[in-house]
Unconditional design. Structure first.
Length: 194
């Protein structure tokens, strides 16, 4: 009887400690995630890199749709900026992420001549490397559109390539906050350890 009570107490203690550790991890790494949104873009950078995300057939995922909407809204506020739409085509995608973004931007009223497509990349680092190669010589100041949870890591990787960035955050769908938030926090820790 005493052993069973001790065992239950140990399990409760382990579960409680685990929950506290998870919450502490979420909020401590979350400080870095929130730093990714500052400074916000203000139209001074002449180029905007929009990072890709999944496409279902020819339809943008909700994450990508939100990035397109954030980019289009920014483009309407700042009519002189140009956009590099960056994302390749996965095996389960009927069109490239860049093409899906082009269609969405045009449908939102952004003129096609303002759009540059980069459709080879398969990761954030490739998005940035291949997009950097499309910038005019000497341009190093860019704005980055990606999901709010992804900005910190994306901007860190851009800095490794010599790009100076500011942020245009796209809202994360409520259904993905926990899943994408946790995945991104783990990716930040891995990036830090590397």
């Amino acid at each position: 009887m005493i052993k069973r009570a001790c065992s239950k107490r140990n399990v409760k203690w382990l579960v409680g400690s685990g929950l506290i550790a998870c919450v502490a991890f979420w909020y401590s790494v979350g400080i870095f995630v929130s730093r990714g949104e500052r400074p916000l873009a203000d139209g001074t950078s002449p180029y905007v890199i929009v990072l890709g995300a999944g496409v279902k057939g020819e339809k943008p995922s909700q994450i990508l749709h939100n990035r397109i909407q954030a980019a289009a809204a920014y483009g309407k506020q700042h009519p002189n900026v140009r956009f590099i739409l960056s994302g390749g085509q996965g095996p389960d995608e009927d069109i490239s992420e860049a093409e899906a973004m082009r269609r969405g931007m045009v449908a939102s009223g952004i003129k096609e001549e303002r759009l540059i497509l980069e459709s080879r990349s398969t990761s954030t680092m490739e998005n940035l490397q291949y997009s950097k190669a499309l910038l005019p010589k000497g341009v190093r100041d860019v704005s980055i559109v990606t999901s709010d949870f992804h900005l910190y890591r994306a901007r860190k990787e851009a800095a490794q390539l010599g790009l100076r960035t500011d942020a245009i955050p796209a809202e994360t769908p409520l259904s993905g906050v926990l899943r994408f938030g946790m995945r991104e926090r783990i990716a930040i820790v891995v990036q830090f350890l590397r």
